[in-house]
Design a protein around this ligand. Structure first.
Ligand code: SF4
Length: 479
């Protein structure tokens, strides 16, 4: 019996290069890689060598006999991906190597931000002989969304911070914490001190829900709730009223599932996690009984990933329910996410808290005079109106990047305009020595590992500019 990739897969592709028989797909050179919810091992060709297990930064790969009861579904999930015939070479792709022109001066690059995209960019740059990297982080603690965005109960996913720490310890990398670019140092300062700058500052705010009542107490963004339970300095002072019995989460991506799960799991299971102590104390005295997750579109368009849904439905002492009338009758029979949704009960069991998945409902207004008490929703098919009780409403409709001082900004996308990672000015021309990677480059899409390919692509553009003499490394060498 083979190995299997499980829920905590971050899709960074490390295992792909370790596998001697190329049975882990999609590979980073496959266009499907950027959209894949996880990677999948082909049980028919896996030779059970275990090489991928040690390559995986988050221990997401297990031999079948070590799978826990809630992980058995991943055997079928891995196999199902490979039931679709695909052309693939016998051997895994070889990791592309950077070819760097030697101007006699070691390349020196500043990276702004210390999350996955920043550290994967640093890792790639440090493969260049002699290259130096200085990472500037606004906060006094590194690792960006790995520390402040991943739920504390996703312990294995959070292990990717160990991979980032290993990169951080590289002798040619310097980390400067508590330095804000635009306040403590300017973009021009960075270009004087370094040959190039890569901004990997992520998407640190959330998209706003603009409906009447959104300003009421008791309405907050999932971003601030996530930051609160993870002890993010920008959100640690927030307070959430958990004396409410019912909560609504608007939006149904993985962040919505995270906050709903954190509100409903047994808080004692979080004791040995990295949850912020005030949040653990608040969850211990929480009165929340039920969380509704509201999706505007049908269930076939659920934004959460199948691995996260599997994880949610196998959480102990938690009822996950859905009204079959809100599920489509005619969706593809091989849609595994819909099949799992159809297998869920319509009402909770006698014990445990409940997460209720709702579909086809557009929020119209928050109900309540002095604070949130409920939510008015309109059915997207017939326009019919319904209300639900909710003393706390969390909006989880997407992250959004903020403007970066001295750089252009695309307000419609919340990104810095760029051409494959090269920042472009208002005239469309590249800004010398200035690059972006991660969510501020492409918007808040993909998973932790998606940032690895994204960062490597940006570094490749930077190296191309270096080789062509467009960075000050070449100018300094000539003068
Ligand atoms: Fe590939 Fe060996 Fe992992 Fe199987 S156990 S997926 S053969 S690396």
């Amino acid at each position: 019996m083979p190995h299997a990739v499980t829920q905590s897969c971050v899709g960074d592709g490390s295992c792909v290069y370790a596998c001697p028989v190329n049975c882990i797909q999609p590979t980073p050179d496959d266009p499907a890689f950027d959209l894949a919810e996880m990677l999948f091992i082909d049980p028919a060709t896996c030779v059970d060598c275990g090489a991928c297990v040690s390559a995986c930064p988050v221990d997401a790969i297990k031999p079948h006999h070590e799978l826990e009861a809630g992980e058995k579904a991943f055997l079928q999930l891995n196999a199902a991906y490979h039931q679709v015939p695909r052309n693939r070479p016998t051997l895994a792709p070889v990791r592309p190597r950077l070819r760097v022109r030697d101007f006699g001066i070691p390349l020196d690059v500043a990276i702004v931000g210390s999350g996955p995209a920043a550290m994967y960019a640093a890792e790639e740059l440090l493969t260049i002989p002699g290259a130096r990297v200085t990472v500037y982080e606004r906060l006094e603690r590194p690792n960006g969304l790995v520390r402040s965005g991943v739920a504390p109960d996703h312990r294995r996913t959070r292990r990717v911070s160990g991979q980032l720490e290993r990169i951080r310890r590289h002798p040619r990398l310097a980390m400067r914490l508590g330095v804000e670019i635009g306040a403590d140092l300017t973009h021009d300062d960075l270009l004087v001190q370094h040959h190039a700058v890569i901004y990997a500052v992520g998407a640190s705010t959330d998209r706003r829900l603009e409906i009447p009542g959104a300003e009421l107490p008791g309405v907050a963004s999932a971003t601030s709730f996530v930051g609160w339970y993870n002890g993010h300095p920008d959100h640690a002072g927030h307070a959430f009223d958990l004396s409410q019995r019912r909560v609504a989460v608007i939006g149904n991506g993985n962040v919505a599932l995270d906050v709903a799960r954190m509100l409903t799991v047994d808080p004692e299971t979080l004791v040995d996690s990295e949850i912020a102590p005030p949040a653990l104390a608040a969850l211990r005295s929480s009165a929340v009984e039920e969380v509704s997750i509201i999706g505007r579109r049908g269930a076939e368009f659920s934004s959460f990933t199948l691995p996260e849904l599997i994880g949610l439905t196998t959480t102990s002492n938690l009822n996950v329910v859905v009204d079959p009338a809100e599920l489509p009758m005619d969706a593809a029979a091989d849609d595994a996410k819909l099949a799992l949704l159809r297998s869920l009960p319509s009402e909770p069991g006698p014990t445990g808290r409940t997460i209720r998945l709702r579909y086809g409902l557009a929020p119209q207004r928050i109900l309540g005079a002095d604070r949130a008490e409920g939510l008015e929703l309109a059915a997207t098919d017939d326009g019919g109106s319904t209300t639900i009780e909710a003393g706390l409403v969390l909006t989880a409709i997407g992250y959004r990047g903020l403007p970066v001082p001295a750089l252009p900004y695309d307000a419609s996308r919340g990104t810095v305009p760029n051409d494959a990672g090269r920042v472009t000015g208002d005239d469309g021309a590249p800004m010398p020595g200035t690059y972006v990677a991660g969510w501020i480059k492409r918007g808040p899409t993909g998973f932790i590992g998606t940032n690895k390919r994204c960062a490597q692509d940006t570094v490749a553009e930077l190296v191309e500019d270096h080789n062509a003499g467009r960075l000050s490394t070449a100018r300094a060498a000539v003068t």
